[in-house]
Design a protein around this ligand. Structure first.
Ligand code: HEC
Length: 149
Protein backbone atom coordinates (compact mmCIF):
# COMPACT_ATOMS: atom_id res chain seq x y z
CA UNK A 1 0.00 0.00 0.00
CA UNK A 2 2.76 2.44 0.95
CA UNK A 3 4.49 1.81 -2.43
CA UNK A 4 1.35 2.87 -4.22
CA UNK A 5 1.14 5.93 -2.00
CA UNK A 6 4.73 6.86 -2.76
CA UNK A 7 4.20 6.53 -6.49
CA UNK A 8 1.13 8.78 -6.26
CA UNK A 9 3.08 11.36 -4.22
CA UNK A 10 5.89 11.36 -6.80
CA UNK A 11 3.41 11.85 -9.64
CA UNK A 12 1.71 14.73 -7.79
CA UNK A 13 5.12 16.26 -7.13
CA UNK A 14 6.10 16.05 -10.79
CA UNK A 15 2.77 17.62 -11.81
CA UNK A 16 3.24 20.49 -9.35
CA UNK A 17 6.81 21.14 -10.48
CA UNK A 18 5.73 20.93 -14.13
CA UNK A 19 2.94 23.42 -13.48
CA UNK A 20 5.32 25.85 -11.75
CA UNK A 21 7.85 25.52 -14.59
CA UNK A 22 5.10 26.32 -17.12
CA UNK A 23 4.34 29.56 -15.25
CA UNK A 24 7.93 30.84 -15.52
CA UNK A 25 8.73 29.81 -19.12
CA UNK A 26 8.47 32.95 -21.31
CA UNK A 27 5.52 32.03 -23.60
CA UNK A 28 7.16 33.72 -26.58
CA UNK A 29 10.08 31.27 -26.33
CA UNK A 30 7.63 28.50 -27.25
CA UNK A 31 5.73 30.42 -29.93
CA UNK A 32 5.78 34.19 -30.63
CA UNK A 33 1.99 34.05 -30.89
CA UNK A 34 1.74 32.98 -27.22
CA UNK A 35 3.26 36.28 -26.06
CA UNK A 36 1.06 38.33 -23.72
CA UNK A 37 -0.72 40.92 -25.92
CA UNK A 38 -1.46 43.44 -23.16
CA UNK A 39 -3.59 46.42 -24.14
CA UNK A 40 -1.64 48.88 -26.33
CA UNK A 41 -3.00 52.38 -26.97
CA UNK A 42 -6.29 52.93 -28.76
CA UNK A 43 -5.51 55.09 -31.79
CA UNK A 44 -8.75 54.97 -33.75
CA UNK A 45 -12.24 56.00 -32.63
CA UNK A 46 -15.09 54.37 -34.48
CA UNK A 47 -18.24 56.31 -35.27
CA UNK A 48 -20.83 53.64 -34.66
CA UNK A 49 -24.22 53.87 -36.35
CA UNK A 50 -25.85 53.39 -32.93
CA UNK A 51 -24.92 52.79 -29.28
CA UNK A 52 -26.62 49.37 -29.55
CA UNK A 53 -24.23 48.23 -32.29
CA UNK A 54 -21.27 49.39 -30.25
CA UNK A 55 -22.54 47.61 -27.12
CA UNK A 56 -23.08 44.34 -29.01
CA UNK A 57 -19.67 44.57 -30.70
CA UNK A 58 -17.96 45.30 -27.38
CA UNK A 59 -19.69 42.33 -25.74
CA UNK A 60 -18.90 39.87 -28.53
CA UNK A 61 -15.82 40.95 -30.49
CA UNK A 62 -13.70 43.40 -28.52
CA UNK A 63 -11.86 40.87 -26.35
CA UNK A 64 -10.02 39.57 -29.46
CA UNK A 65 -10.38 42.42 -31.95
CA UNK A 66 -9.50 45.52 -29.94
CA UNK A 67 -6.87 46.85 -27.54
CA UNK A 68 -9.52 46.95 -24.81
CA UNK A 69 -9.36 43.25 -23.96
CA UNK A 70 -10.80 42.28 -20.60
CA UNK A 71 -8.56 39.51 -19.35
CA UNK A 72 -10.25 36.90 -17.14
CA UNK A 73 -8.19 35.45 -14.22
CA UNK A 74 -7.47 32.18 -16.06
CA UNK A 75 -5.89 34.16 -18.90
CA UNK A 76 -2.76 34.57 -16.79
CA UNK A 77 -2.31 30.87 -15.96
CA UNK A 78 -0.21 28.80 -18.38
CA UNK A 79 -0.92 26.89 -20.52
CA UNK A 80 -4.46 28.35 -20.87
CA UNK A 81 -2.89 31.81 -21.16
CA UNK A 82 -0.94 30.71 -24.25
CA UNK A 83 -4.12 29.74 -26.09
CA UNK A 84 -5.97 32.87 -25.01
CA UNK A 85 -3.00 35.04 -26.05
CA UNK A 86 -2.79 33.29 -29.43
CA UNK A 87 -6.46 34.01 -30.19
CA UNK A 88 -6.02 37.67 -29.21
CA UNK A 89 -2.78 38.14 -31.19
CA UNK A 90 -4.26 36.48 -34.28
CA UNK A 91 -7.62 38.21 -33.90
CA UNK A 92 -6.00 41.66 -33.59
CA UNK A 93 -3.75 41.05 -36.58
CA UNK A 94 -6.83 40.17 -38.72
CA UNK A 95 -8.86 43.14 -37.52
CA UNK A 96 -8.43 45.61 -34.70
CA UNK A 97 -11.22 48.04 -33.83
CA UNK A 98 -8.72 50.10 -31.80
CA UNK A 99 -6.14 50.76 -34.52
CA UNK A 100 -7.45 49.88 -38.00
CA UNK A 101 -8.98 52.62 -40.11
CA UNK A 102 -10.61 50.46 -42.77
CA UNK A 103 -13.13 47.71 -42.08
CA UNK A 104 -15.27 45.31 -44.08
CA UNK A 105 -18.75 45.22 -42.51
CA UNK A 106 -19.93 42.57 -44.94
CA UNK A 107 -17.10 40.25 -43.92
CA UNK A 108 -17.94 40.73 -40.22
CA UNK A 109 -21.63 40.02 -40.89
CA UNK A 110 -20.73 36.89 -42.85
CA UNK A 111 -18.58 35.54 -40.01
CA UNK A 112 -21.48 35.99 -37.58
CA UNK A 113 -23.99 34.49 -40.04
CA UNK A 114 -21.83 31.39 -40.42
CA UNK A 115 -21.37 31.03 -36.66
CA UNK A 116 -17.59 31.41 -37.04
CA UNK A 117 -17.36 34.58 -34.96
CA UNK A 118 -17.20 34.98 -32.05
CA UNK A 119 -14.98 31.88 -31.93
CA UNK A 120 -17.15 29.06 -30.50
CA UNK A 121 -14.51 28.29 -27.82
CA UNK A 122 -15.14 31.78 -26.42
CA UNK A 123 -18.85 31.28 -25.75
CA UNK A 124 -19.11 28.86 -22.79
CA UNK A 125 -17.16 31.26 -20.54
CA UNK A 126 -18.68 34.44 -22.01
CA UNK A 127 -22.47 34.03 -21.91
CA UNK A 128 -22.90 37.74 -22.75
CA UNK A 129 -21.43 36.97 -26.19
CA UNK A 130 -24.06 34.29 -26.82
CA UNK A 131 -26.43 36.38 -28.91
CA UNK A 132 -30.02 35.55 -29.78
CA UNK A 133 -30.88 35.37 -33.49
CA UNK A 134 -32.44 38.81 -33.16
CA UNK A 135 -29.30 40.31 -31.61
CA UNK A 136 -27.11 38.67 -34.26
CA UNK A 137 -29.21 40.26 -36.98
CA UNK A 138 -29.03 43.62 -35.20
CA UNK A 139 -25.23 43.36 -34.96
CA UNK A 140 -24.84 42.30 -38.62
CA UNK A 141 -27.06 45.18 -39.78
CA UNK A 142 -25.14 47.54 -37.47
CA UNK A 143 -21.76 46.46 -38.87
CA UNK A 144 -22.94 47.05 -42.43
CA UNK A 145 -24.48 50.41 -41.48
CA UNK A 146 -21.27 51.47 -39.72
CA UNK A 147 -18.62 50.10 -42.07
CA UNK A 148 -20.40 49.54 -45.36
CA UNK A 149 -19.92 46.62 -47.70
C1 HEC B 1 -12.04 34.51 -28.84
C2 HEC B 1 -11.48 35.46 -29.77
C3 HEC B 1 -12.35 36.05 -30.85
C4 HEC B 1 -13.56 36.67 -30.71
C5 HEC B 1 -14.37 36.89 -29.46
C6 HEC B 1 -13.92 37.13 -32.03
N1 HEC B 1 -12.94 36.80 -32.93
FE1 HEC B 1 -12.89 37.24 -34.92
N2 HEC B 1 -11.12 36.26 -35.13
C7 HEC B 1 -10.44 35.64 -34.10
C8 HEC B 1 -9.26 34.98 -34.64
C9 HEC B 1 -8.26 34.16 -33.85
C10 HEC B 1 -9.26 35.23 -36.04
C11 HEC B 1 -8.24 34.76 -37.07
C12 HEC B 1 -8.38 33.30 -37.34
C13 HEC B 1 -9.66 32.94 -38.00
O1 HEC B 1 -10.06 33.56 -39.00
O2 HEC B 1 -10.34 32.04 -37.48
C14 HEC B 1 -10.43 36.05 -36.31
C15 HEC B 1 -10.78 36.51 -37.54
C16 HEC B 1 -11.86 37.34 -37.80
C17 HEC B 1 -12.17 37.92 -39.09
C18 HEC B 1 -11.40 37.70 -40.37
C19 HEC B 1 -11.87 36.39 -40.92
C20 HEC B 1 -11.56 36.21 -42.37
O3 HEC B 1 -11.00 35.15 -42.68
O4 HEC B 1 -11.88 37.11 -43.17
C21 HEC B 1 -13.30 38.66 -38.94
C22 HEC B 1 -14.03 39.45 -40.00
C23 HEC B 1 -13.70 38.53 -37.55
N3 HEC B 1 -12.81 37.72 -36.89
C24 HEC B 1 -14.81 39.13 -37.02
C25 HEC B 1 -15.25 38.97 -35.71
C26 HEC B 1 -16.46 39.54 -35.20
C27 HEC B 1 -17.42 40.38 -36.01
C28 HEC B 1 -16.53 39.17 -33.90
C29 HEC B 1 -17.67 39.48 -32.94
C30 HEC B 1 -18.98 39.10 -33.36
C31 HEC B 1 -15.38 38.36 -33.58
N4 HEC B 1 -14.62 38.27 -34.72
C32 HEC B 1 -15.08 37.81 -32.33
C33 HEC B 1 -10.77 35.64 -32.77
C34 HEC B 1 -11.96 36.13 -32.24
Amino acid sequence: MSRVRNVILVIIGILIIGFVVLQVIPPSSINPRYAAPGNPAVTNMIEWDSPETEALARATCFDCHSNETQYPWYASIAPVSWLVNKDINEGRSEMNFSTDTRFDGQDMAREIQRGQMPLPIYLPLHPEANLTDEQKQQLMDGFIATFGR
